[in-house]
Structures are given as C-alpha cells and as structure tokens.
Ligand binder design. Structure first.
Ligand code: SF4
Length: 101
C-alpha cells in the first residue's frame, strides 16, 4: 500500500502576497500585524516541513533572508538567527585557536 502524499503546506492555500508585507515594521524585533498574519499561517505547518523551510531560507541567505515571512520567521527574526549562529561559531573558532596557541 502506498503512503499518501503529505498535505500541502498551509502557505499554498493562501495569497502569496500575505508573506511579503511592504515593511518590516518600525521595531524590527516585533512582527507587524501583517507579519503576524503570515506567521499564523506558518504556525499550522507541520514541524518537519517548517524546519526544512526555515533551513532552506537560511541557507539561501542573504537573498531570502531580506524579505518576507518564511519558515515561520520574519526577515528580522531570520537575520537574528544568522547573527547568533555567526557569533556562536566565531566564539567556538576563537576558543579552538586559544587551545592550539
Ligand atoms: S513554514 Fe514554510 S512551508 Fe510552512 S507554511 Fe510557512 S512558508 Fe509555507
């Protein structure tokens, strides 16, 4: 018996423009009402699909991380993830250098 295909992602059932609001808001750390609407759609996405979507967006940075809601995160939230990741990797690298020195 064949496994049924996974259900379509929730974002395929709504207007794609919903995920690309005109601005990222005045306070980039806070999602705008338009971004919150898109985030609510992403909240209905299966966790595995959402994680894959977010990873794809982060891997495609900087082009993808500049605009819109992707992978359950706003552009500002994705930039923060990338910044924290870079900071952690830098700290790990510096610690490795210190061990060698
Ligand atoms: S997480 Fe990605 S695949 Fe899922 S609804 Fe949001 S944009 Fe679509």
């Amino acid at each position: 018996m064949e496994t049924p295909p996974p259900p379509p992602s929730p974002c395929t059932q709504v207007d794609p423009d919903l995920f690309f609001p005109k601005t990222d808001g005045e306070d980039p750390s806070l999602p705008t009402p338009a971004e919150q609407e898109a985030l609510a759609v992403c909240a209905g996405c299966p966790l595995g699909a959402k994680a894959a979507c977010l990873l794809k967006a982060l891997d495609a940075a900087p082009a993808w991380h500049q605009w819109g809601v992707v992978g359950g995160a706003t552009a500002s939230q994705r930039k923060a993830i990338l910044r924290r990741t870079a900071e952690r990797r830098t700290a790990e690298y510096v610690a490795q250098l210190a061990e060698v020195a």
